[in-house]
Design a binder for this molecule. Sequence first.
Ligand code: BGC
Length: 255
Amino acid sequence: MSLHGKVAIVTGGNSGIGQAIVLALAEAGANVVIDYVCNPEATEALEKQVAALGDKAIGVEADVSKVADLERLVKAGVDAFGRVDVMVNNAGIETRTSVLDTTEDLYGKVLDINLKSAFFGTQLAAKQMIAQGGGGRIINITSVHEDWPMPGNTPYCLSKGGMRMLTRTAGVELAPHGVTVVGVGPGAVDTPINKATVADPTKLKTLDAAIPIGRLAEPKEIADVVAFLASDEASYITATTVFVDGGIMQSSPGL
Ligand code: BGC
């Protein structure tokens, strides 16, 4: 499996699952544009790790909830590396708020950062891929919660449900252009988004017990699937989601 000669953009690329995706794509030979909003030091460190793998990476500070920033991000990829073959819409946040306590402000933030960014990221990357020719890959990092309620995290579930339908609809619309659109739905992953759960032994035990594989995923276990989906070997997968969840969506207490 090789991504030699390919150019990828990863939104939210300097931490958590995004950071692991940058490294997995670079390991397979891609040059990478690392989008980030904070912690430039982490981006610089990651650029060096990519260089050590023999590839090139550039960090671009861009708030993907703004279309103008996304335009700048895609343009940065083209300016630096001449093309964009893989767009990974990974940036995401959650508020852990319910339908009763979500404010207009929190609702807007989650939907803009998670879903609006994926919609316009898909649109802008697809336009570039169509213009340059040769097809492309759009990979949306969703969640098991694109299809599975998480009580107390309602705006997040809404945003991921929207990404599920974006993946399916854009996958159908863009197939004639050779552009595939695939969702990757992680379960619980050991990343900053789950910091509070991981830090609380009781909560962690409950979460581990709900996962048939018995533990959270490492970010690399998600990223390796993304690298495969970005490769030529995954050419026939589109308009669907690959869940990487240790079986959590199918688990039952058996009572
Ligand atoms: C959420 C986590 C949650 C996990 C499993 C993820 O998408 O971000 O907060 O623990 O799903 O439910």
